[in-house]
Design a binder for this molecule. Structure first.
Ligand code: HEM
Length: 418
């Protein structure tokens, strides 16, 4: 495995190569966020990096810079448009890929666009996810969570990630988009084929991407014939400067919303379930003091923030003692920023009644998560419904716990008994 190393061309670039090699000996891992064993417990790696080399470069995945502090994440997200969103994923690309080429911006609008282009498209999405709009989806989410629990409560065991968390978010986002929630398993397969299992497999990624595009192209055609008030129908009526949105753009916006709405939030629900299954004091406190639910959710979002996002330098960008060269990539590590001791006391511990919690799990600035109100509502309903019906539960098989590798971190298997 590669890891963070000294770049001999960059005398000013900070290096943690030796440090992480030592850690690798201990942990059988190195800095690679695509390594599931790193993702199970990244806190110690971030701590050493932050103390030794807070802004560093790894040669993994074709090479990228990575932040670990809160301050760096805040500062670099604001370096727009010189640090561009056109390639937000850190997949390994063919060597001759020009990351500064324009076609990347059209991949998943608006997240892959820079201002001012992204602004009108972002404005079209936001009304579906205001606190008020999200309340319309609460009754559906509540009955869904209850139905899921009905399916396993008598067995006394389940996988709280697979049978619960992962069933909720694809159905809720399908309901919002206006597509059949019964097709959720299919969507999940396609989405994982693009952003999780397909990460190291360009053919799988392309094939699943194509399936998503074909599906939403068909859905769009149906809405053009029979418009309703769902997400797809309303996008179909939008224009920018009096030019109607191209079908391709609408389809890609639907794909983004589906992808962004699935594994992010199920990761947060899964990691929360793992936390409460393994921390009896917190579990009993939440069961007896339900008023702690909202601070507990914010703490889970902080401690187990799922999402890190990429940027590409459109020109040489100086930061601290380093230069991010034109065409080089960068990962804004929001999860590590949330464990920065300069901002959070006892950052690696869960404090479910933490009062001051200015976490940045949803990002900051012009691309800040469009679905944060929805994610919070889903987490709230998922945890509340579970705790109302199953207040006492524990991990049944610690060896059965798994974590997702990649830019979305979260517990993927959480076997519990109750
Ligand atoms: C716990 C759950 C979630 C987390 C931690 C999360 C995190 C993030 C982050 C960090 C970004 C910023 C990306 C950047 O800076 O480039 C983002 C953007 C976005 N998220 Fe989320 N997200 C979550 C759930 C959702 C949900 C449920 C939706 C459903 C609609 C969603 C839709 C989006 C969209 C559309 C963007 C792009 C916004 C833009 O570029 O203007 N997210 N999310």
């Amino acid at each position: 495995m590669g890891g963070i190393s000294v770049d001999e061309q960059e005398p000013n670039a900070c290096s943690v190569g030796e440090l992480l090699s030592d850690m690798a000996a201990d942990q059988s891992t190195d800095f690679d966020m695509f390594d599931a064993s790193y993702n199970a417990d990244p806190g110690p790696v971030w701590k050493e990096m932050r103390e030794t080399c807070p802004f560093s470069r790894t040669e993994e995945r074709g090479g990228f810079w990575v932040t670990t502090t809160y301050e760096d994440a805040q500062a670099l997200v604001r370096r727009v448009p010189e640090l561009s969103n056109r390639q937000v994923s850190v997949v390994e690309l063919p060597e001759d890929t020009d990351l500064t080429a324009d076609y990347h911006t059209r991949a998943f609008p608006p997240i892959t666009m820079d201002p001012p282009e992204n602004i009108p498209l972002r404005r079209m999405i936001l009304p579906f996810f205001t606190p008020k709009a999200v309340e319309n989806y609460r009754p559906y989410t509540e009955s869904l969570c209850n139905e899921l629990i009905d399916g396993f409560i008598d067995k006394g065991v389940c996988d709280a990630a697979v049978d619960y968390a992962q069933q909720i978010t694809p159905r809720v986002i399908s309901h919002i988009l206006g597509v059949d929630p019964n097709q959720a398993d299919e969507f999940v397969g396609w989405v994982r084929g693009v952003i999780e299992l397909g990460f190291d497999n360009p053919e799988m990624r392309a094939e699943n991407n194509k399936k998503l595009v074909i599906f939403f192209t068909e859905q769009l055609a149906l809405r053009r014939e029979n418009p309703s008030d769902d997400f797809i129908s309303l996008l179909a009526q939008q224009s920018v400067d009096d030019v109607p949105l191209a079908d391709k753009t609408i389809v890609k916006m639907c794909v983004l919303t589906l992808m962004a709405g699935i594994d992010t939030t199920w990761s947060s629900i899964g990691s929360s379930m793992l936390h409460f299954a393994t921390h009896p004091e917190d579990r009993r406190r939440l069961a007896t003091e339900p008023e702690l639910l909202s601070t507990a959710i914010e703490e889970m979002l902080r401690l187990h923030a799922p999402v890190s996002v990429g940027r590409v330098a459109m020109e040489d960008v100086d930061h601290n003692d380093a230069t991010i060269k034109r065409g080089e990539r960068l990962v804004i590590n929001f999860p590590a920023a949330n464990r920065d001791p300069a901002v959070f006391e006892n950052p690696d511990e869960a404090v479910i009644d933490r009062e001051r919690n200015r976490h940045i799990a949803f990002g900051i600035g012009i691309h800040r998560c469009a679905g944060s109100n929805l994610a919070r509502m889903e987490m709230e309903v998922a945890l509340k419904t579970w705790f109302d019906r199953i207040p006492e539960f524990e991990l049944s098989d610690p060896d059965g716990v798994t974590w997702a590798a990649g830019q979305v971190r979260g517990a993927r298997n959480v076997p519990v008994r109750f």
